[in-house]
Design a protein around this ligand. Structure first.
Ligand code: PLP
Length: 429
């Protein structure tokens, strides 16, 4: 009889991480590009508040809370640990809200300006009127998705009056498809993986001049939308009187699929906090496309299958075989490292967040909690923290980015918890 092996949790440190390097981005994205995205979200806020009643409380701004976590196994109770609660973001229910919605709005704005329906000075509430709906209904907005990006883009595009088409990869959960179909979004199911769904979507959109394809592997508009989170977080840290400086660094842990969302956030944070922020991504062991691509810069477009990984994971949002070229170029010199984990950790973490903090996340989001654990328990983690200024790791703020979960149906969540409780006992007790 063979003993079940202990689930793996590994940390790879990025040798090219260099806070002082100024490597030019292949796709140039500046501070003011991200500010422009933030301004755009602000201009559209009154319209969003009108279209989505759940945004009235925040006047149309889609943002998540910064939540302090006092004690959460597997972490020591003293750790200065915070959750950036994107699992509760309205409309999209995930980190995809900022990026996906931003690109839909940017496209709508361009059309409306061109057709003279608005000026940049007018109130965008105008765009809820029949003239705008009539214009938007002539266009299709399409996207390829493992689920959550489709939710954010499909729901927003449909609410504005666009035709919306979401190409889903085979990992996509059926409740995500139902959620979209109930909102008049066309869902096309593909038998293949995420890269294929994007490819098919791109091809179909190319055949139709009135179709706009949101390209998660290349889009700078998506990227800038994600990066807006950094400005928002900076504000929240100030409000909480949390200093980020040489003596008090910030450690950020974000689950990574194709890389667009975590890279957008991390890129924005690097612009603001420079060498005082340390960004780590978390990937499932069988879908570790981002760390593989960073390790093999000479093989562009490297797929996890080429390296013997299966791309099978319960983290549907992270089941991506090839990393985004844009995200790789953005993070090459800015990412501290990547944590890779067996799926068991997803469920143990999901259960831990529920048990200790009453936080409901989906398996992909739960991956983030293995970030601090990797720094605390692995040799590479030791090596990394030893290089820091003395005592600064103890004084650091640790931020676990919980990227999705709001709309997970109760029965599905219950089965995650049941599974998580079992592994939690063996992994963390
Ligand atoms: C999409 C997603 C991620 C990762 O974003 P990428 O841009 O694919 O790297 C992480 N968590 C959840 C819940 C997601 O939906």
């Amino acid at each position: 009889m063979c003993k079940p092996s202990k689930p793996e949790l590994n940390l790879w440190l990025n040798p090219d991480n260099n806070p002082y390097s100024q490597t030019p981005l292949k796709f140039s994205i500046t501070y003011s590009d991200i500010k422009r995205a933030e301004d755009r979200l602000r201009r559209f806020a009154p319209l969003l508040a009108l279209l989505f009643p759940e945004l009235r409380m925040t006047n149309g701004i889609i943002e998540s809370e910064l939540i302090h976590i006092s004690s959460s196994s597997p972490l020591p109770p003293t750790a200065n640990l915070w959750v950036k609660a994107d699992h509760a973001l309205p409309i999209a229910g995930s980190i995809k809200a900022r990026g996906g919605i931003h690109e839909v709005l940017e496209f709508a704005e361009q059309l409306a300006l061109k057709e003279g329906l608005i000026t940049t000075q007018s109130s965008y509430v105008e765009l809820s009127q029949p003239a705008a709906k009539k214009l938007f209904s002539q266009y299709t907005i399409a996207v390829g998705s493992t689920g959550n990006l489709g939710l954010s883009i499909g729901v927003t595009a449909a609410a504005l009056g666009f035709k919306a088409v979401v190409h889903m990869s085979k990992e996509a959960k059926s409740w995500k498809k139902t959620h979209l179909r109930q909102r008049e979004v066309t869902v096309i199911e593909h038998e293949g993986d995420y890269a294929l769904a994007v490819q098919r979507g791109r091809e179909q959109a190319n055949c139709n001049p009135h179709s706009y394809f949101i390209d998660d592997e290349r889009s700078t508009s998506l990227f800038c939308g994600y990066a807006v989170a950094a400005f928002r977080l900076q504000h929240q840290l100030l409000q909480q009187h949390i200093p980020i400086d040489n003596e008090h660094p910030l450690f950020v842990y974000i689950p990574c699929g194709v890389g667009g969302a975590p890279a957008g956030v991390a890129y924005g944070l690097k612009l603001i906090f420079n060498e005082n922020v340390h960004c780590f991504f978390i990937e499932p062991k069988q879908s570790a496309c981002f760390s593989l691509q960073l390790q093999h810069p000479n093989i562009p477009g490297l797929s996890v299958y080429d390296m013997g990984q299966s791309n099978h994971t319960e983290a549907d949002g992270l089941a991506v075989p090839v990393a985004s070229e844009l995200a790789i170029s953005a993070m090459k010199n800015r990412l501290a490292g990547v944590v890779t984990i067996d799926d068991e950790y997803l469920f143990a973490n999901l259960y831990a967040l529920h048990k200790h903090n009453g936080i409901k996340v989906e398996p992909s989001a739960a991956a983030a909690l293995s970030g601090p654990a990797a720094l605390l328990t692995t040799e590479a983690g030791q090596k990394y923290t030893n290089q820091l200024k003395e005592d600064s790791f103890q004084a650091a703020t640790h931020l676990v980015w919980t990227t999705g979960g709001l709309f997970v149906p109760d029965d599905e969540y219950q089965s995650f918890l049941t599974r998580g409780e079992k592994v939690y006992q063996t992994l963390y007790q």
